[in-house]
Design a protein around this ligand. Sequence first.
Ligand code: UDX
Length: 455
Amino acid sequence: MEMQKRTPRGQRLVLVPTPYQGHINPMLQLGTFLHSKGFSITIVHTHFNSPSPSNHPEFTFIPIQDGLTVPLVSSGNIIAILLALNANCKASFEQCLTTQVMKQEPGKKITCIIYDEFMYFSEAAANYLNIPSIILRTTSAANFHARSTVVELHSKGHIPFPDSMSSEPVPQLHPLRFKDLPISPWDTLENFLKLVVKSHDVGRSSAIICNTIDCLDQSSLARIQKHCQVPIFCIGPLHKITTAASSSLLEEDTSCIEWLDKQSHKSVIYVSLGSIASIGEKELAEMAWGLANSKQPFLWVIRPGSITGSDWIELLPQEFREAIGERGFIVKWAPQREVLAHGAVGGFWTHCGWNSTLESISEGVPMICKPCFSDQKVHARYVSKVWRLGLELEDEFERGKIERAVRKLMVNSDGEEIRARAKDMKERIQVSMSKGGSNYKRKSELVEFIMALQA
Ligand code: UDX
């Protein structure tokens, strides 16, 4: 007799994303994967930066009160916003869960709550209702390890560090220097540490899911695993484990794909600084002239409001616009995964947010790293010095340096090794994700693990 394979049909999972683009994307990608395995998915989200339900008709979306004030949101102080969310959302989430539990039909119980590590109020609410929980960490193991080291160094009195130490290597954290440590630029050090300590506390959660892959992050993962009491499932890159619909908060301008279709193979440098970072007028001008002088075609995402003092691209010099003609294409927001997978794209100038970094690596696109804050500095260092899949632009924005970096990455012979390594890493990731590979196995183990939580 043939064995009946157990499926999670009817089992329900509640997912709680942190309301920022770089966190919403991996959580909804994870939801799409788990839905494809037979789980039903409910997304509990804040009103602030709420995801669009119309992109995901297969999920149920439930908003909760987040209590954020207009001045706090407009301050852009992400640490203060996350601390406020944790203080404000616990009661509304508990209430939401209680209502859901009361309404649930037999056989359709909530099996588990999967929450972003920064939405740690979810763990307390899950405990209150006796529902198992799992943490999603959307960042790299390298950054997680560096963040833990910041807490440790602070407890020993080494943080904050004097300026004279900023270029010194951090003991045990090669190749990071003190200035690369992922310390937030917003709020006080105390509040940053409070958030980190709380988000690193596993509490009574049953497991951790990481959006990373062992062929990339192995050494940092091994260090984390040594101190972790619960299983860690590394199933990234999450955007690759399933074909998830877009979860962009801004409208994607797909006209750039038609423009890319007209460009030669691997000729275009794609430029984007993600969903949060911003730059000033001087940096904008240096970027613009560096790109123009490189003579490479470029696709540049300039988010509305990301240039200090202007709504969009009003501050771009007129001579620049005339100089580039058809060679440059500027959009407010791009379908980034599609862009990076396009054959015309041969390089990515990135701020090294973890999603952008993973999306680039998994398409074999080498990078110019220009980190702005926090984890981006760690990733820029790893991309350029450990994985050697790109170049880092250090210090001030300067057009000559930018021009040379673009040419090295895209065309010059001294960039050949970087381009070859990027191609090789793409293939290694593909092997890990295909049947029999380590990522493939971890995904199946995760599904089994979650199903067993209800037993
Ligand atoms: C934030 C932090 O800034 C980052 O350091 C951290 O690692 C994650 O959270 P963000 O700056 O937005 O994220 O960067 P990133 O992690 O790269 O996420 C941006 C996401 O938006 C990516 O998934 C990318 O594909 C998407 N994107 C970006 C678009 O879809 N279109 C764009 O035009 C630009």
